[in-house]
Every structure is written in C-alpha cells, then in structure tokens.
Ligand binder design. Structure first.
Ligand code: NSS
Length: 428
C-alpha cells in the first residue's frame, strides 16, 4: 500500500491506497471518488466501461467517510486535488459509513464539538492541528539546539503553582492533590542540576471563563534558566516566538494558506519586539478610553486594545506585585512591582507568554507565601532551593493553543487542541 503523499514517485505504476471517502461525483458513465488517507487527497477516476459491473455499482454507491482500499494506475493530473489521480481498477469497501453526521453544510459549534472525534477529519481542523504538531516539534528543536534539558514535571502535585482559585483537586489516598497548573516550581529545582531546563505538557486550570482564549486543560512549554535575569528572559521569548513563526511559515505554508492566514503579517515577526512597562501600558490604555487604573490587572479587552495596532508581539513588563503570582522577584527599583513580563500577540490574540525572574531571597519568598495564604508546609522543598545555594533565575510559560491560534489566525483556542476541555465540556 502507498501513502498519497508519495504518489508522485509511483507515476505510471498500479498501486493500492487505503483511506476514507471524502467526495463522490457521478457524471453519467464516469465517477470521481476523492479519497483522503491522512497524508493527502487523491481523486480516483472510475469509468463504467472499464470496470466490472459490481465495482462500478460499489463505486457509485459510496457514502462519505466509508473506508476503502482502491487500486489503480497513478497519473499526473494538475486539475485533481494533490496533482495526481488513480485510474480505478479495483475497489474494496473496508467499513461502511451510513449517514455520516457531519455534512458539507453549516453546523453549529456545539454540534461540531459533540462530534469532535469526527470533526478532526475535516480539512480546516486538520490544517490547524498540523500546524500545532509542527509548532510542538519546533519547540523541542529550539530548546534542544540551545542545550536545554527536558525535565518532565508531575501532573499530580501538593503545591499550588499559581493561584488557589483555579485548582482541580482530587483525593490522593487521603491527601489533597491538585492537577498541576504549571510545572514551573519543579523546573526551578532542575536548574542547579542542569542549568537550563524545560518542561512541556498539559496543565490544568478550573477557570470559569467562557472566552475564546481559555481552556481548562492546555499545553504549556516552560523553560527555566539559572543566572538569567528578566531582560535575558525576554530575549529568549523573542527568539522562541520568532523561530516558531518561521518554522510554521517554512513547513506549514499550504495549511496556513488554506486557513486564509495573511502571511505577510507573520513574515513581519522579527525581533526586537516592542516593550512597554505596566505603568506605560496603563497610561496608553487611559488614552484609549479604558477604565483600568494603576494596580488593576490588565484583562483580555485591554490586551486587545494594547496589541491591536501592532504586527509585532508586545511585551508589557513589571506588573504590580498584587496582581501576580507569589514567586516573582520584587523589583529593586520599585518594590510595588515585580520583575515579570507578559507577551501579547498582535492583532488582538491576547497573552501568549507569562514570564518572570524568580524571587531568590528566602525571607521575601516566605513572606509572599504567607501573604497569599498558601499552605506553607507544602513549600518546604521549594524554599530549600533558596536555602541551599540560591541563585538568580528566570523562566516563562508559553501557551501552545493561544500561540497556534494566533499563527493560524483561528479565533478560538478550542480548535487548536485535538480534544478541548472547556467549562461544561468533558465529551468526547
Ligand atoms: O499563568 S501564566 O501566565 N504563567 C505561568 O503559568 C507560569 N508558571 C509560567 C512560567 O513562568 N513558567 O500562563 C502562561 C501562559 C499564558 O500566557 C497563556 O498563553 C497560557 O499559559 N494560558 C492559557 N491558555 C489557555 N487556556 C488557559 N486557561 C490559559 N491560562 C494560561
């Protein structure tokens, strides 16, 4: 059996392809069956006169998503999808598909999400998820090339990584365990062992938000670097984001074009990215009519206001301590703020990265844990990192689905993960 993507190498030969029926068109005594095998589409041409009666009947009775094995000669045909077609000789139906639920017409999004296991087969979804897979591979390549060691962090944890308000908790043999909101605290422990490390996996947040940017389970890559400050941290973020966009442009151009992405906007993504402080952002927001005041967090609508004019991602750095997580390092020049940054994607796609330099002073960190009312006993191990050879270090988390939503130009993150977990959705 050959894969459709390899058909060019088999021009003139008779081959077998296995796949699923995408389309059938019958024009009198000629029928065209388009088969998708997961690597591409191929059009099979069935000519009544050349086929046994039975084969012709089977070909013209095919329904959408029937699985088949088709055999025939490969011919170059520029007008066919993929550029090649098969002159059908034989056809075997492997699995029938009566009344396939997703038809070539408009369906409501809840219906499509209920049928996500089938919706994955559609061209748009395939294109988005292929870009996702490429971006994931590019992330690993980027860190591997730079000497980072991948450190896998636990999903079940007793230490709250971000905020107490968005935890999924479960019983762990009589103890309370949480699904990890972040792997960060653990990659921090990996720094003295390997200097530069990263984790990349699913993270969980019981967020009650029903926005196009929120999932309750999303994937995040989190590098952590010893002896790197907030400035060096932002430089790595710029390099990573630029690399991911370049890789998508280089290896997923057909998918991006299929999705209608304006490629010139992606091609313009080059460092340095503009940077504004939180205080400057608040001033800019006030000029744009936002009600957000110094001390407030910058929400989704404000992020859109800040990033709508730019084709480049925008750094907003040094937020007030009060709106950020306990582990961020106090800014020595303004102790009301912390040394952190959010990277906002252009065109209103929102925050794709949150990063910071970490508090490396034991007493300050302990004070922050107490202020936040976090259970101190769960952080003994984390505080040990400050007790035994504390060191300046920084890191960040890039949200995969938001990044891919921006790169592909898709509005909603739910399409950029194979099986989205959303408020009110655990099926399929
Ligand atoms: O909360 S973050 O801003 N930061 C952290 O989790 C740090 N512990 C990362 C670190 O420094 N190692 O989340 C980081 C990114 C954020 O910018 C989004 O892109 C993404 O994770 N994110 C989400 N994506 C989808 N859905 C939800 N709910 C979500 N929350 C964060």
């Amino acid at each position: 059996m050959v894969e459709v993507r390899d058909l060019a190498r088999h021009t003139g030969e008779e081959v077998t392809v296995g796949g699923w029926v995408d389309q059938l068109r019958v024009h009198g005594k000629v029928a065209f069956v388009v088969v998708r095998d997961g690597t591409g589409y191929v059009q099979c041409v069935a000519v009544k006169q050349e086929l046994e009666e039975e084969t012709w009947e089977a070909a013209t009775g095919l329904t959408q998503e029937t699985s088949v094995m088709v055999r025939g000669e490969v011919r170059a045909e520029p007008r066919a999808p993929g550029g090649y077609e098969l002159q059908l000789r034989r056809l075997q139906v492997v699995g029938t598909s009566p009344e396939y639920p997703i038809q070539p017409k408009e369906h409501g999004v809840e219906f499509l999400l209920d049928h996500r296991h089938l919706w994955l087969r559609s061209s748009q979804q395939r294109a988005g998820l292929r870009v996702r897979a490429e971006v994931e591979q590019a992330i690993h390549d980027f860190f591997y090339q730079r000497g980072f060691v991948r450190l896998d962090t636990p999903i079940l944890t007793g230490s709250i990584g971000e905020h107490a308000g968005t935890l999924f908790s479960t019983d762990y043999f009589g103890q309370n365990a949480y699904l990890a909101q972040t792997g960060q605290l653990y990659v921090e422990a990996g720094c003295p062992a390997f200097r530069k490390v990263y984790c990349f996996g699913p993270t969980f947040r019981a967020e009650k938000s029903k926005t196009r940017r929120h999932l309750t389970e999303f994937w995040m890559v989190e590098p952590e670097m010893a002896f790197v400050d907030s400035e060096g941290n932002m430089r790595l973020q710029e390099e990573l984001v630029t690399y991911l966009v370049e890789r998508a442009l280089e290896r997923c151009r057909p998918e991006l074009e299929y999705l209608g992405r304006d490629l010139s906007k992606l091609e313009a993504v080059k460092p340095p990215f503009p940077r504004i402080s939180y205080t400057e952002a608040i001033e800019l927001l006030a000029r744009k009519g936002s009600e957000t005041r110094w001390g407030d967090d910058i929400g989704g609508a404000d992020e859109t206001l800040l990033s709508e004019d730019s084709h480049l991602p925008l750094f907003v750095y040094n937020y007030p301590k009060k709106v950020k997580a306990f582990y961020m390092k106090e800014n020595p020049d303004d102790p009301r703020t912390v040394l952190c940054d959010d990277l906002l994607a252009p065109e209103g796609y929102g925050e794709i990265i949150g990063g910071s330099q970490r508090e490396d002073d034991l007493d300050k960190l302990l004070a922050r844990i107490r202020e936040e009312g976090l259970p101190e006993e769960a952080y003994g191990w984390y505080l040990d990192l400050r007790r035994y050879g504390t060191f300046p270090h920084s890191g960040f988390g890039l949200g995969l689905e938001r990044t891919v939503a921006w790169i592909t130009g898709r509005k909603h993150v739910r399409e950029l993960i194979p099986f989205p977990r959303l408020l009110n959705r655990l099926y399929p």
